[in-house]
Design a protein around this ligand. Structure first.
Ligand SMILES: Nc1ncnc2c1ncn2[C@@H]1O[C@H](COP(=O)(O)OP(=O)(O)OP(=O)(O)O)[C@@H](O)[C@H]1O
Length: 253
Protein backbone atom coordinates (compact mmCIF):
# COMPACT_ATOMS: atom_id res chain seq x y z
CA UNK A 1 0.00 0.00 0.00
CA UNK A 2 1.42 3.39 -1.00
CA UNK A 3 1.74 5.96 1.81
CA UNK A 4 1.77 9.69 1.17
CA UNK A 5 2.44 12.24 3.91
CA UNK A 6 1.45 15.70 2.76
CA UNK A 7 2.42 18.95 4.51
CA UNK A 8 2.02 17.57 8.04
CA UNK A 9 2.42 19.76 11.13
CA UNK A 10 2.19 18.09 14.53
CA UNK A 11 3.06 19.41 17.96
CA UNK A 12 2.42 19.54 21.68
CA UNK A 13 1.32 22.48 23.80
CA UNK A 14 4.92 23.74 23.97
CA UNK A 15 5.12 24.02 20.19
CA UNK A 16 5.41 22.27 16.85
CA UNK A 17 7.53 19.14 16.59
CA UNK A 18 6.90 18.20 12.95
CA UNK A 19 7.06 21.09 10.52
CA UNK A 20 5.48 20.84 7.07
CA UNK A 21 6.57 17.21 6.62
CA UNK A 22 5.95 15.67 3.21
CA UNK A 23 7.19 12.25 2.12
CA UNK A 24 6.19 9.42 -0.17
CA UNK A 25 6.56 5.71 0.54
CA UNK A 26 5.96 3.63 -2.62
CA UNK A 27 3.99 0.39 -2.41
CA UNK A 28 6.22 -2.47 -1.26
CA UNK A 29 9.29 -0.29 -0.61
CA UNK A 30 11.47 -0.27 2.51
CA UNK A 31 12.27 3.28 3.65
CA UNK A 32 14.79 4.18 6.35
CA UNK A 33 13.85 7.15 8.49
CA UNK A 34 17.14 8.60 9.69
CA UNK A 35 18.23 11.67 11.63
CA UNK A 36 19.72 12.66 14.99
CA UNK A 37 18.10 12.04 18.39
CA UNK A 38 15.05 14.23 18.81
CA UNK A 39 14.72 15.01 15.08
CA UNK A 40 11.12 13.73 14.96
CA UNK A 41 11.35 10.15 13.66
CA UNK A 42 9.14 8.56 16.34
CA UNK A 43 6.70 11.47 16.16
CA UNK A 44 6.37 10.97 12.40
CA UNK A 45 5.88 7.19 12.79
CA UNK A 46 3.11 7.86 15.33
CA UNK A 47 1.38 10.33 13.04
CA UNK A 48 1.61 7.96 10.06
CA UNK A 49 0.36 5.04 12.20
CA UNK A 50 -2.68 7.14 13.07
CA UNK A 51 -1.86 7.37 16.79
CA UNK A 52 -1.41 11.15 16.57
CA UNK A 53 -3.61 13.43 14.54
CA UNK A 54 -1.79 16.11 12.52
CA UNK A 55 -2.69 19.75 13.18
CA UNK A 56 -2.36 20.38 9.47
CA UNK A 57 -1.84 18.16 6.43
CA UNK A 58 -2.80 14.56 5.72
CA UNK A 59 -1.52 11.00 5.71
CA UNK A 60 -2.98 8.91 2.92
CA UNK A 61 -2.73 5.16 2.40
CA UNK A 62 -4.03 3.88 -0.94
CA UNK A 63 -5.71 7.31 -1.28
CA UNK A 64 -7.65 7.01 2.02
CA UNK A 65 -7.13 9.50 4.84
CA UNK A 66 -5.62 7.34 7.63
CA UNK A 67 -7.07 9.59 10.33
CA UNK A 68 -10.60 9.01 9.03
CA UNK A 69 -10.33 5.22 9.46
CA UNK A 70 -12.03 3.61 12.46
CA UNK A 71 -9.45 2.21 14.94
CA UNK A 72 -10.29 -1.38 14.02
CA UNK A 73 -9.69 -0.79 10.30
CA UNK A 74 -6.41 0.97 11.02
CA UNK A 75 -5.31 -1.87 13.32
CA UNK A 76 -5.82 -4.37 10.50
CA UNK A 77 -3.80 -2.40 7.98
CA UNK A 78 -0.99 -0.79 9.96
CA UNK A 79 1.43 -2.44 12.39
CA UNK A 80 3.81 -0.43 14.56
CA UNK A 81 6.73 -1.92 16.46
CA UNK A 82 7.45 0.51 19.26
CA UNK A 83 10.96 1.29 20.47
CA UNK A 84 10.33 -0.06 23.98
CA UNK A 85 7.63 -2.69 23.67
CA UNK A 86 6.65 -4.00 27.08
CA UNK A 87 3.76 -5.67 28.81
CA UNK A 88 3.07 -6.39 32.45
CA UNK A 89 0.80 -9.30 31.47
CA UNK A 90 2.08 -12.77 32.16
CA UNK A 91 1.84 -14.18 28.61
CA UNK A 92 3.67 -16.83 26.64
CA UNK A 93 5.38 -15.88 23.38
CA UNK A 94 2.59 -17.59 21.39
CA UNK A 95 -0.05 -15.56 23.29
CA UNK A 96 1.82 -12.32 22.56
CA UNK A 97 1.89 -13.20 18.84
CA UNK A 98 -1.83 -14.11 18.98
CA UNK A 99 -2.53 -10.53 20.08
CA UNK A 100 -1.68 -9.57 16.49
CA UNK A 101 -4.86 -11.40 15.40
CA UNK A 102 -7.20 -9.39 17.64
CA UNK A 103 -8.21 -6.80 14.98
CA UNK A 104 -9.19 -9.65 12.62
CA UNK A 105 -11.41 -11.56 15.03
CA UNK A 106 -15.16 -11.62 14.86
CA UNK A 107 -17.04 -9.96 17.66
CA UNK A 108 -18.45 -13.26 18.88
CA UNK A 109 -16.83 -15.87 21.12
CA UNK A 110 -16.16 -19.26 19.58
CA UNK A 111 -14.05 -17.87 16.76
CA UNK A 112 -11.01 -17.18 18.91
CA UNK A 113 -8.88 -19.83 17.19
CA UNK A 114 -9.11 -18.20 13.77
CA UNK A 115 -5.75 -17.14 12.41
CA UNK A 116 -3.96 -20.13 13.94
CA UNK A 117 -1.95 -20.67 10.73
CA UNK A 118 -0.90 -17.03 10.57
CA UNK A 119 0.31 -17.21 14.17
CA UNK A 120 2.44 -20.29 13.47
CA UNK A 121 3.79 -18.77 10.24
CA UNK A 122 4.59 -15.50 12.04
CA UNK A 123 6.43 -17.36 14.82
CA UNK A 124 8.51 -19.02 12.09
CA UNK A 125 9.16 -15.81 10.14
CA UNK A 126 10.16 -13.97 13.32
CA UNK A 127 12.54 -16.89 14.09
CA UNK A 128 10.91 -17.38 17.49
CA UNK A 129 9.08 -20.69 16.95
CA UNK A 130 11.48 -22.35 19.42
CA UNK A 131 10.47 -19.77 22.07
CA UNK A 132 6.71 -20.18 21.56
CA UNK A 133 6.02 -21.64 25.01
CA UNK A 134 8.40 -19.38 26.96
CA UNK A 135 7.03 -16.59 29.21
CA UNK A 136 7.48 -13.13 27.65
CA UNK A 137 8.89 -11.76 30.93
CA UNK A 138 11.83 -14.21 30.78
CA UNK A 139 13.04 -13.18 27.30
CA UNK A 140 16.14 -11.13 26.51
CA UNK A 141 15.78 -7.72 24.80
CA UNK A 142 16.70 -9.15 21.40
CA UNK A 143 14.30 -12.09 21.75
CA UNK A 144 11.49 -9.65 22.66
CA UNK A 145 12.21 -7.60 19.56
CA UNK A 146 11.87 -10.70 17.34
CA UNK A 147 8.63 -11.67 19.10
CA UNK A 148 7.24 -8.18 18.48
CA UNK A 149 8.03 -8.59 14.78
CA UNK A 150 6.16 -11.91 14.82
CA UNK A 151 3.18 -10.21 16.53
CA UNK A 152 3.19 -7.49 13.87
CA UNK A 153 3.31 -10.09 11.07
CA UNK A 154 0.38 -12.00 12.61
CA UNK A 155 -1.56 -8.77 12.09
CA UNK A 156 -1.02 -9.22 8.29
CA UNK A 157 -0.54 -5.48 7.85
CA UNK A 158 -0.33 -3.61 4.56
CA UNK A 159 2.07 -1.10 6.13
CA UNK A 160 4.74 -2.00 8.68
CA UNK A 161 6.34 0.66 10.87
CA UNK A 162 9.43 -0.09 12.92
CA UNK A 163 10.96 2.21 15.53
CA UNK A 164 14.66 1.33 15.89
CA UNK A 165 13.87 -2.37 15.46
CA UNK A 166 17.47 -3.58 15.63
CA UNK A 167 18.71 -1.75 18.73
CA UNK A 168 18.82 -4.89 20.91
CA UNK A 169 19.90 -7.32 18.21
CA UNK A 170 23.35 -8.82 17.67
CA UNK A 171 24.88 -8.48 14.19
CA UNK A 172 23.52 -11.78 12.90
CA UNK A 173 20.01 -11.04 14.16
CA UNK A 174 20.12 -7.48 12.75
CA UNK A 175 20.84 -8.94 9.32
CA UNK A 176 18.24 -11.74 9.69
CA UNK A 177 15.59 -9.32 11.00
CA UNK A 178 15.97 -6.79 8.20
CA UNK A 179 16.32 -9.52 5.53
CA UNK A 180 13.02 -11.00 6.74
CA UNK A 181 11.34 -7.59 6.65
CA UNK A 182 12.65 -6.85 3.15
CA UNK A 183 11.52 -10.23 1.80
CA UNK A 184 7.94 -9.59 2.98
CA UNK A 185 7.34 -7.02 0.23
CA UNK A 186 5.21 -4.92 2.61
CA UNK A 187 5.52 -1.13 2.52
CA UNK A 188 7.89 -0.56 5.45
CA UNK A 189 9.05 2.58 7.24
CA UNK A 190 11.87 1.97 9.72
CA UNK A 191 13.52 4.53 12.02
CA UNK A 192 17.18 3.46 12.03
CA UNK A 193 20.33 4.87 13.60
CA UNK A 194 22.79 2.57 11.85
CA UNK A 195 23.50 4.15 8.46
CA UNK A 196 25.25 1.00 7.15
CA UNK A 197 22.18 -1.11 7.94
CA UNK A 198 19.99 1.54 6.32
CA UNK A 199 22.19 1.47 3.19
CA UNK A 200 22.11 -2.32 3.10
CA UNK A 201 18.38 -2.92 3.47
CA UNK A 202 16.49 0.23 2.48
CA UNK A 203 15.37 1.20 -0.99
CA UNK A 204 14.88 4.80 0.07
CA UNK A 205 15.76 7.20 2.87
CA UNK A 206 13.89 10.07 4.48
CA UNK A 207 16.26 12.26 6.47
CA UNK A 208 14.97 14.40 9.35
CA UNK A 209 16.47 17.24 11.33
CA UNK A 210 14.65 19.43 13.88
CA UNK A 211 11.25 18.15 12.75
CA UNK A 212 11.87 18.90 9.06
CA UNK A 213 12.54 16.53 6.16
CA UNK A 214 15.90 17.65 4.80
CA UNK A 215 16.42 14.97 2.12
CA UNK A 216 14.49 12.06 0.64
CA UNK A 217 14.88 9.60 -2.21
CA UNK A 218 16.72 6.43 -3.25
CA UNK A 219 19.58 5.55 -0.88
CA UNK A 220 22.28 6.07 -3.54
CA UNK A 221 20.99 9.58 -4.26
CA UNK A 222 20.61 10.66 -0.64
CA UNK A 223 23.44 9.16 1.41
CA UNK A 224 26.65 11.19 1.08
CA UNK A 225 29.51 12.52 3.19
CA UNK A 226 27.99 16.02 2.95
CA UNK A 227 24.65 14.78 4.27
CA UNK A 228 26.26 12.96 7.22
CA UNK A 229 28.21 16.10 8.06
CA UNK A 230 25.26 18.47 7.66
CA UNK A 231 22.80 16.36 9.63
CA UNK A 232 24.97 14.70 12.30
CA UNK A 233 27.95 17.09 12.40
CA UNK A 234 30.28 14.12 11.82
CA UNK A 235 32.95 13.82 9.15
CA UNK A 236 32.59 10.61 7.18
CA UNK A 237 33.50 8.88 3.97
CA UNK A 238 30.63 7.35 2.05
CA UNK A 239 31.70 5.11 -0.80
CA UNK A 240 30.75 1.99 -2.67
CA UNK A 241 32.02 -1.14 -0.96
CA UNK A 242 33.09 -3.72 -3.57
CA UNK A 243 32.56 -6.89 -1.51
CA UNK A 244 29.31 -5.73 0.09
CA UNK A 245 27.97 -4.32 -3.19
CA UNK A 246 26.47 -1.25 -1.52
CA UNK A 247 27.23 2.12 0.01
CA UNK A 248 29.30 2.04 3.16
CA UNK A 249 29.80 4.77 5.78
CA UNK A 250 33.04 5.24 7.72
CA UNK A 251 33.09 8.11 10.20
CA UNK A 252 36.28 9.91 11.21
CA UNK A 253 37.03 12.89 13.38
N1 LIG B 1 4.58 14.26 23.94
C1 LIG B 1 5.63 15.07 23.87
N2 LIG B 1 5.74 16.17 24.68
C2 LIG B 1 6.80 17.01 24.60
N3 LIG B 1 7.83 16.84 23.72
C3 LIG B 1 7.76 15.76 22.90
C4 LIG B 1 6.69 14.85 22.92
N4 LIG B 1 6.91 13.89 21.97
C5 LIG B 1 8.09 14.22 21.39
N5 LIG B 1 8.61 15.34 21.96
C6 LIG B 1 9.86 16.00 21.57
O1 LIG B 1 9.88 16.09 20.16
C7 LIG B 1 11.18 15.90 19.65
C8 LIG B 1 11.18 14.76 18.66
O2 LIG B 1 11.03 13.54 19.39
P1 LIG B 1 11.01 12.13 18.66
O3 LIG B 1 10.87 11.07 19.72
O4 LIG B 1 10.02 12.16 17.57
O5 LIG B 1 12.49 12.09 18.04
P2 LIG B 1 13.34 10.89 17.44
O6 LIG B 1 13.96 11.40 16.19
O7 LIG B 1 12.52 9.65 17.34
O8 LIG B 1 14.46 10.71 18.56
P3 LIG B 1 15.36 9.46 19.03
O9 LIG B 1 16.32 9.18 17.90
O10 LIG B 1 16.06 10.02 20.23
O11 LIG B 1 14.45 8.32 19.36
C9 LIG B 1 12.08 15.68 20.87
O12 LIG B 1 12.69 16.91 21.21
C10 LIG B 1 11.10 15.22 21.94
O13 LIG B 1 11.57 15.56 23.23
Amino acid sequence: MRVVVDAVDWGVKDGLILHDVSAEFPDGSVTGLIGPNGSGKTSLLHVVAGLRRPERGTVRMADDDVHAWPDRVRARRVALLEQHASTTLDLTVRQVVELGRVPHRGRWPGRLDEGHEQVEESLRLGRVADLADRRWQTLSGGERQRVQLARALAQEPSVLMLDEPTNHLDLRHQIDFLSTVKALGITTIAALHDLDLAAAFCDRLVVMRDGHVVAAGPVEDVLSAELVHDVYGVRATVDHHEAAGRLHVVWHR
